[in-house]
Design a binder for this molecule. Structure first.
Ligand code: IVH
Length: 690
């Protein structure tokens, strides 16, 4: 293919892919198969690689992500991002409508819309291409999240159709649909990461991630609801939304024109119940004056437009009887109380169970046998127990008390000072703990032995083949072949039949074998030392380089490492003081797992910076801030968060706040540049692990 042909084909592919994207993600009406779509995309990726001069910044291949945002630039909004006047009261909606009538007269039309519960964003388009995406921030300036936003499939990178202004802004809400939210939280739970409380938090967290590939994976969506520009070719808000849709934007199909307060309330009531059937969260309804001329006449207060109001739905609350309290043991041995409730309909689902979190929460609710509880569900998805209906309480009832021995193995529970949870200390003999540790070991961010997921590990444990993570590496094909078990249906889970055929066994053993190449920092995470999560494991791996060094480290030496405090240090020391754990590690070593960083993963660990502490601030030219912090550690120095008289250096990049520099000067602390720093350690190589 010559250059001209390539240019032509790239343009053609770009056009086709954009249209198919629109059909699929905006109109939900795909016209080609996923396979054919992937073929087009692959061809485009190939051609852009071969002819990079024709790879446009708004090419649909940008959606795959991969670019890293080191620091989100602050952008000043051209039109300040105001919010809406909010109310929970129907009376105030009536007052709003009265006020409008007084100013405008009888001839008013309203547009009612859903109030999407996500993160507000403004998209700026220039000459039909997405130029910038900025978060609301404080309303005056927000973060430039363009790279991440480009991965959202329903946002057009290049507009389709015609008639759009040369430059305009469109506002909308970035949301995480329920299906994506649930998948994400399931993964996080599996990885022992704190699940997100609700889809809004998850969307906000995702939008601010540095790695756009991960953003692409999480499948955000975006619904647009407000267009702004110096010159807009519309008379009404409704028309602007119709036009936006024709240019490729996803707008809501739930918009309705209403002529009076009765119609407005009909819309509100409809969605107050209908909201639970939507695939995403809304927290109310927005009512806007339709005519743009009338909007202009009504104008704005300092905070919000006078031509719109948001009516917010109250969180739904029901009451139901408490049937019993169960106690569940997790992989760390922590015991969680769970309330079994008389099944009740709440916000579109049947609720039968709700967590009581820990002993303190249970005590403060003062639960008694047969109590009636209030249960609420807001945007949180997870039902929450709010309190007890005291009017329904029987006389002389006994309070529920927290158990004193493990419900699984009868070992007396213990509670560490300052912690909310009670633990079962019988780590090696309590089955949910053993199974949980095995599941953690094989999980994606640990050893990633996915051929063993979905109940297979449970079967191996139930058959007595694996009692400890190191047993996995002794498994023989003949022990596995033909194993079979049917797990009956339980709460929320279907009946499951597992049987190990030849291919399954082959995959399992291959997965186990491959895990021997997993890097030290992940092995360290996988062995399941309490409080050593993914990040801490990485820091420890860099700081100590090998498990042998880590085992030898004293309390003081552990605390020297970045992010390691007293609790983590003690937990590490405790772990290595248990003979059984030492034996497990020895066996894993014999099997060839990685217990030190490979050469090249850490560059010249030295003591050049020993005893020196650094505050690293701003944006750097050669390395990311994280890389620089890693270099400091690798060479024996320490990172600290804020400047004090004990700080050795302020390492200043671009865009550092002036207060930091001032403070350093006042305290006589040397301010050094990236190059000064690199001279100190005499390296120009990046230090990366994982
Ligand atoms: S219009 C000038 N329409 O609610 C204000 N906002 O409390 C224009 N929101 O910051 C906003 N759904 O993030 C508008 N259909 C909708 C909305 C909506 C959600 C959010 C938006 C805004 C907040 C106001």
């Amino acid at each position: 293919m010559n250059k001209e042909e390539a240019r032509h084909r790239i343009a053609e592919l770009s056009d086709q892919i954009n249209r198919h994207n629109y059909q699929y993600y905006v109109l939900a009406n795909p016209v080609i198969s996923d396979f054919d779509f992937d073929m087009l995309l692959e061809e485009m990726i190939r051609l852009e690689k071969e002819f990079p001069e024709f790879a446009e910044p708004d090419s649909p291949t940008r959606r795959i992500g991969g670019e890293i945002t080191k620091e989100f630039r602050q952008i000043r909004h051209k039109f300040p991002m105001l919010s809406l006047a909010n109310t929970y009261s129907e009376e105030e909606v009536k007052d709003f409508e009265d006020r409008i009538h007084k100013v405008i007269g009888d001839d008013v039309e309203y547009v009612c819309e859903l109030k999407f519960d996500g993160v507000a964003v403004v998209l700026i388009y220039r000459n039909g291409s997405l130029f910038q995406a900025v978060t609301r921030g404080d309303g005056i300036q927000g973060d430039d999240v363009t790279t991440n936003v480009k991965t959202i499939r329903s946002i057009p990178l290049r507009l389709i159709g015609s008639g759009f202004p040369e430059e305009f802004e469109i506002r909308g809400e970035i949301i995480l649909p329920h299906s994506s939210f649930e998948r994400l939280n399931a993964e996080r739970q599996e990885d022992e990461e704190e699940p997100f409380a609700n889809p809004r938090n998850a969307a906000a967290g995702t939008l601010k991630m540095q790695d756009s590939k991960e953003v692409a994976r999480r499948k955000l969506d975006c619904i647009l609801y407000y267009m702004l520009g110096d010159i807009l070719p519309f008379a009404t808000h409704y028309e602007s939304l119709i036009a936006a849709r024709s240019w490729g934007f996803k707008t809501s199909s739930a918009i309705a024109k209403c002529r009076n307060i009765t119609e407005i309330f009909e819309y509100i009531n409809n969605w107050n119940t209908g909201r639970f059937d939507l695939p995403f969260n809304i927290d109310g309804v927005v009512i806007k004056v339709n005519s743009l001329a009338q909007q202009q006449l009504l104008g704005f207060t300092a905070k919000s437009p006078r031509w719109a109001i948001a009516y917010k739905f109250k969180a739904e609350r029901v009451s139901t009887r408490l049937l019993s309290v169960d106690f569940q043991v997790g992989r760390t041995g922590a015991v969680t109380p769970v309330a079994n409730l008389a099944p009740v309909q709440l916000a579109g689902t049947t609720v039968k169970r709700a967590t009581l979190h820990n002993a303190d929460v249970m005590t403060s609710l003062d639960l008694r046998k047969d109590d009636v509880l209030f249960v609420e569900k807001g945007g949180e998805i997870i039902p929450k127990i709010i309190g007890v209906d005291l009017e329904e309480r029987f006389f002389e009832t006994q309070p529920y008390t927290f158990i004193t021995t493990c419900p699984e193995c009868n070992t007396p529970l213990v509670r560490n000072e300052g912690e909310a949870a009670w633990y079962c200390p019988n780590e090696s003999g309590c089955s949910p703990q053993i199974k949980g540790k095995l599941e953690h070991f094989i999980s994606r961010k640990a050893m990633n032995i996915d051929s063993l997921g979905e109940g297979k590990i449970e079967l191996l444990y139930d058959r007595g083949l694996v009692k400890n993570i190191s047993d996995l590496y002794d498994l023989k094909p003949e022990q596995l072949l033909g194993l079979e078990k049917t797990y009956p249906a339980t709460e929320g889970k279907k009946e499951k039949k597992i049987s190990f055929r030849e291919k399954t066994v082959e995959n399992i053993l291959k997965g186990i074998e491959n895990s021997k190449n997993v890097g030290f920092e992940r092995v360290l995470f996988a062995i399941g030392i309490r409080y050593v999560g993914e990040t801490v494991a990485k820091k420890l791996a860099i700081h100590f380089g090998s498990i042998d060094n880590l085992m030898k480290a004293t309390d003081e030496e552990l605390i020297e490492a970045e992010e390691i405090g007293e609790t983590i240090a003690q937990s590490i020391i405790d772990y290595f003081s248990v003979q059984r754990n030492l034996e497990t590690i020895e066996r894993l070593k014999q099997h060839g797992l990685q217990f030190e960083l490979k050469a090249g993963e850490t560059v010249r660990k030295s003591d050049k910076l020993s005893g020196k502490s650094f505050v690293v601030s701003g944006v750097f030219q050669k390395f990311s801030r994280d890389d620089i912090k890693t270099m400091i550690e690798v060479h024996g120095g320490k990172n600290v968060g804020s400047i004090s008289s004990k700080t050795s250096f302020l390492l200043a990049g671009d865009n550092m706040g002036p207060e930091k520099r001032k403070k350093a000067q006042t305290l006589n602390i040397p301010v050094i540049s990236e190059d000064d720093f690199l001279k100190m350690i005499e390296t120009d190589e990046a230090i990366k692990i994982g």
